[in-house]
Design a protein around this ligand. Structure first.
Ligand code: 5GP
Length: 113
Protein backbone atom coordinates (compact mmCIF):
# COMPACT_ATOMS: atom_id res chain seq x y z
CA UNK A 1 0.00 0.00 0.00
CA UNK A 2 1.36 3.44 -0.91
CA UNK A 3 1.61 6.05 1.83
CA UNK A 4 -1.05 8.69 2.21
CA UNK A 5 -0.08 12.34 1.88
CA UNK A 6 -0.29 12.72 5.65
CA UNK A 7 1.85 9.62 6.29
CA UNK A 8 4.50 11.20 4.06
CA UNK A 9 4.30 14.38 6.13
CA UNK A 10 4.64 12.35 9.35
CA UNK A 11 7.71 10.65 7.81
CA UNK A 12 9.13 14.09 6.83
CA UNK A 13 9.11 13.03 3.17
CA UNK A 14 6.94 16.08 2.38
CA UNK A 15 7.52 19.34 4.27
CA UNK A 16 4.82 20.95 6.36
CA UNK A 17 4.52 23.61 9.01
CA UNK A 18 4.07 21.55 12.13
CA UNK A 19 2.01 23.08 14.91
CA UNK A 20 1.81 20.11 17.30
CA UNK A 21 3.02 16.53 17.42
CA UNK A 22 2.84 13.66 19.84
CA UNK A 23 2.96 9.89 19.48
CA UNK A 24 -0.58 9.64 18.19
CA UNK A 25 -1.37 12.82 16.23
CA UNK A 26 0.19 15.54 14.09
CA UNK A 27 -1.16 19.06 13.49
CA UNK A 28 0.02 21.08 10.46
CA UNK A 29 -0.91 24.32 8.72
CA UNK A 30 -3.19 23.73 5.72
CA UNK A 31 -1.43 24.51 2.42
CA UNK A 32 -4.55 26.27 1.10
CA UNK A 33 -5.98 28.10 4.11
CA UNK A 34 -9.70 28.87 4.13
CA UNK A 35 -9.47 31.11 7.19
CA UNK A 36 -6.73 33.22 8.83
CA UNK A 37 -5.92 30.14 10.91
CA UNK A 38 -6.41 26.78 9.20
CA UNK A 39 -4.76 23.75 10.75
CA UNK A 40 -5.24 20.06 10.04
CA UNK A 41 -4.91 17.57 12.88
CA UNK A 42 -4.84 13.87 12.11
CA UNK A 43 -3.99 10.55 13.70
CA UNK A 44 -0.66 9.06 12.63
CA UNK A 45 -2.50 5.75 12.28
CA UNK A 46 -4.29 5.70 8.93
CA UNK A 47 -8.04 5.62 9.28
CA UNK A 48 -9.26 6.53 5.79
CA UNK A 49 -12.31 8.44 7.01
CA UNK A 50 -14.53 8.72 10.08
CA UNK A 51 -17.04 6.27 8.56
CA UNK A 52 -14.31 3.61 8.72
CA UNK A 53 -13.30 4.20 12.34
CA UNK A 54 -13.78 1.19 14.62
CA UNK A 55 -14.64 0.97 18.29
CA UNK A 56 -10.96 0.18 18.90
CA UNK A 57 -10.22 3.73 17.70
CA UNK A 58 -12.30 5.31 20.47
CA UNK A 59 -9.33 6.42 22.56
CA UNK A 60 -7.47 7.76 19.53
CA UNK A 61 -10.49 9.75 18.34
CA UNK A 62 -11.02 11.21 21.80
CA UNK A 63 -7.34 12.17 21.90
CA UNK A 64 -7.65 13.79 18.46
CA UNK A 65 -10.53 16.02 19.53
CA UNK A 66 -8.98 16.95 22.87
CA UNK A 67 -5.71 17.87 21.10
CA UNK A 68 -7.65 19.87 18.50
CA UNK A 69 -9.05 21.99 21.33
CA UNK A 70 -5.57 22.35 22.87
CA UNK A 71 -4.10 23.43 19.52
CA UNK A 72 -6.89 25.99 19.10
CA UNK A 73 -6.06 27.36 22.54
CA UNK A 74 -2.33 27.44 21.74
CA UNK A 75 -3.12 29.37 18.53
CA UNK A 76 -5.14 31.86 20.59
CA UNK A 77 -8.46 31.24 18.84
CA UNK A 78 -10.12 32.71 21.91
CA UNK A 79 -13.09 34.15 19.98
CA UNK A 80 -14.06 30.72 18.71
CA UNK A 81 -13.25 28.31 15.95
CA UNK A 82 -14.76 25.51 13.92
CA UNK A 83 -13.75 21.85 13.76
CA UNK A 84 -14.65 20.11 10.49
CA UNK A 85 -14.33 16.48 9.41
CA UNK A 86 -15.20 15.87 5.75
CA UNK A 87 -16.35 12.34 4.92
CA UNK A 88 -16.57 10.95 1.40
CA UNK A 89 -17.19 12.65 -1.93
CA UNK A 90 -20.28 14.62 -0.91
CA UNK A 91 -18.59 15.61 2.33
CA UNK A 92 -15.77 17.22 0.36
CA UNK A 93 -13.06 14.79 1.49
CA UNK A 94 -10.02 14.94 -0.81
CA UNK A 95 -7.32 13.25 1.30
CA UNK A 96 -8.25 9.68 2.32
CA UNK A 97 -6.63 9.85 5.75
CA UNK A 98 -8.94 11.00 8.53
CA UNK A 99 -8.23 14.59 9.55
CA UNK A 100 -9.96 17.36 11.42
CA UNK A 101 -9.81 20.94 10.15
CA UNK A 102 -9.36 23.66 12.80
CA UNK A 103 -10.59 26.93 11.30
CA UNK A 104 -10.49 30.27 13.08
CA UNK A 105 -9.57 33.93 13.00
CA UNK A 106 -12.81 35.00 11.34
CA UNK A 107 -16.53 34.45 11.84
CA UNK A 108 -17.69 31.16 10.33
CA UNK A 109 -20.89 31.14 8.34
CA UNK A 110 -23.75 28.69 8.81
CA UNK A 111 -24.81 26.66 6.96
CA UNK A 112 -21.42 25.80 5.47
CA UNK A 113 -21.16 25.74 1.68
P1 5GP B 1 -10.21 17.47 2.86
O1 5GP B 1 -10.68 18.16 1.61
O2 5GP B 1 -9.82 16.03 2.57
O3 5GP B 1 -11.18 17.56 4.01
O4 5GP B 1 -8.95 18.26 3.34
C1 5GP B 1 -7.67 18.07 2.80
C2 5GP B 1 -6.89 19.31 3.10
O5 5GP B 1 -5.52 19.03 2.87
C3 5GP B 1 -7.26 20.51 2.22
O6 5GP B 1 -7.72 21.58 3.03
C4 5GP B 1 -5.97 20.83 1.49
O7 5GP B 1 -5.75 22.21 1.31
C5 5GP B 1 -4.92 20.21 2.38
N1 5GP B 1 -3.71 19.79 1.69
C6 5GP B 1 -3.64 19.15 0.49
N2 5GP B 1 -2.36 18.91 0.17
C7 5GP B 1 -1.60 19.41 1.19
C8 5GP B 1 -0.19 19.46 1.42
O8 5GP B 1 0.65 18.98 0.64
N3 5GP B 1 0.21 20.08 2.56
C9 5GP B 1 -0.68 20.61 3.46
N4 5GP B 1 -0.16 21.19 4.55
N5 5GP B 1 -2.01 20.57 3.26
C10 5GP B 1 -2.46 19.98 2.14
Amino acid sequence: MSKTLFEKIVAREIPAQIVYEDGMVLAIRDINPQAPTHVLIFPKKVIPRIAEAKSDDKQLLGHLLLKAAEVAEKLRLDDGYRLVINNGANGGETVPHLHCHILGGRHMNWPPG
